[in-house]
Design a protein. Structure first.
Length: 94
């Protein structure tokens, strides 16, 4: 084994018991309404950008997916709504 592999095994043994409860089915399932709400807001932003024009393409990366991730992580882990999707300026329309 390399030093790097040994280090990762050390971290896994030391901290996996602390992180494991976050990935239990019940805990992940409790996040579904939050993620659904943020996804609904994301789609709403896209619909506002599109309007009646069906020919516009939206570049999802890096802007929109970062805003989505920031809002989900902020709400789920930090109990804080950053409102990134509502205040998005980087719409990346092509």
């Amino acid at each position: 084994m390399t030093i790097r592999t040994d280090f990762f095994l050390f971290l896994k043994r030391k901290y996996s018991h602390a992180v494991h409860p976050a990935f239990k089915f019940e805990n992940v399932q409790s996040l579904v309404p939050l993620i659904y709400d943020k996804a609904r807001r994301l789609v709403g932003q896209w619909q506002d950008q599109l309007g009646q024009n069906k020919e516009i393409k939206i570049d999802l990366l890096p802007g929109w997916m970062q805003y989505f991730a920031m809002d989900v992580i902020g709400s789920a882990l930090l109990n804080r709504d950053f409102g990134s999707l509502e205040t998005a300026k980087d719409d990346k329309l092509l």
